[in-house]
Design a protein around this ligand. Structure first.
Ligand code: MTE
Length: 297
């Protein structure tokens, strides 16, 4: 099945008129990326078809319906785009998106993607470990957390005035979580640059946590000493914690987390048990040794 998945990626990319990323060229959504295979890919699962990954989205800047991002995110300008690094670093820096694209080899990484709303997908992301970027940022020893802030532009994002979220969308990770090789700085999916609705031109993907930890369309990365505020926790602290590790034993007040629904699969096999840490426990459980995951939900 893994082989079928890889073949599917190639066939999909080949079936479209893909623009090739060449040195110095400008990159737009739908540009083919030059990728290598990652040993960190999840194997043995069917990939969620592209049309579901790009039409069933949460991106509240463009509206609250799952279909809104596909309808409205096309107007977001993803070039020029920079990511500013500030806070506890040896010196503040600004990275251009085309520099970040070429910082490390782009890897095809298949991960399970689990939303707190109890739906899931299997997505062939493209990117490299967030740790590689963090090394370039030269954080100081005092930095204990990293915060991600994303674009909030009323001219381009009709959803900003529809949701009471404390914009810009903010998310964060503890430094040891961010340095875990599974945490992905993501630039694409299915071998091409990210469609706008999936967080173009740059997002994070943290596969052992609920999807809301994976901030889209990042413009600022801040290294801080104290746990940063986060958008959904500000909005509803009893429902959305800071850690938000996928956990079948801790229900959300509105959604049981015991089972999940795999988007795009036939109804008879859509439902499946939720896996602790979304199935990535071997790689990440030790980050939480001695922590009460019911309290730190
Ligand atoms: N990032 C921003 N900037 N705005 C958002 O509304 N939604 C989050 C996360 N990142 C969100 C965001 C939520 S709730 C989820 S489940 C995932 O993005 C969804 O990612 P996907 O649409 O690519 O599946």
């Amino acid at each position: 099945m893994a082989a079928a998945g890889a073949a599917g990626v190639a066939a999909f990319a080949g079936s479209r008129i893909a623009r090739i990323l060449e040195p110095g060229s400008s990159v737009h959504a739908g540009t083919k990326l030059d990728t290598i295979k990652s040993p960190l890919s999840t194997t043995g699962e069917d990939l969620t078809p592209y049309q579901y990954i790009t039409n069933y989205n949460n991106f509240y800047e463009f509206g609250v319906e799952k279909s809104d991002p596909a309808k409205y995110a096309g107007r977001m300008q993803t070039r020029p785009w920079t990511v500013t690094v500030e806070g506890l670093v040896s010196k503040p820096k600004t990275f251009d998106i085309d520099t970040l694209l070429k910082l490390r080899p782009q890897e095809d990484r298949v991960y399970r993607h689990r939303c707190v709303e109890a739906w899931s997908m299997v997505i062939p992301w493209v990117g490299y470990s967030l740790s590689e970027f963090i090394k370039q940022c030269e954080p100081l020893g005092k930095a204990k957390f990293v915060q991600f802030l994303t674009l909030a532009d009323r001219k381009q994002m009709p959803g900003l005035s529809q949701s009471p979220i404390n914009w810009p969308y903010s998310e964060g990770l503890r430094m040891d979580e961010a340095m875990n090789p599974l945490a992905l700085l993501c630039f694409g999916l299915y071998g091409e640059t990210l469609p706008n609705q999936d967080g173009a031109p740059i997002r994070v993907v943290v596969p052992w946590k609920y999807g809301f930890k994976s901030a889209k369309s990042i413009v600022k990365v801040r290294f801080v000493e104290k746990q940063p505020h986060t958008a959904w926790n500000d909005q509803s602290p009893d429902e959305y914690g800071f850690y938000s590790n996928v956990n079948p034993n801790v229900d959300h007040p509105r959604w049981s987390q015991k089972r999940e629904r795999r988007i795009g699969e036939p109804v008879f096999k859509q439902y499946r048990p939720t896996l602790m840490f979304n199935g990535y426990g071997d790689q990440v459980a030790s980050l939480y040794n001695g922590m009460d995951l019911r309290r730190y939900y």
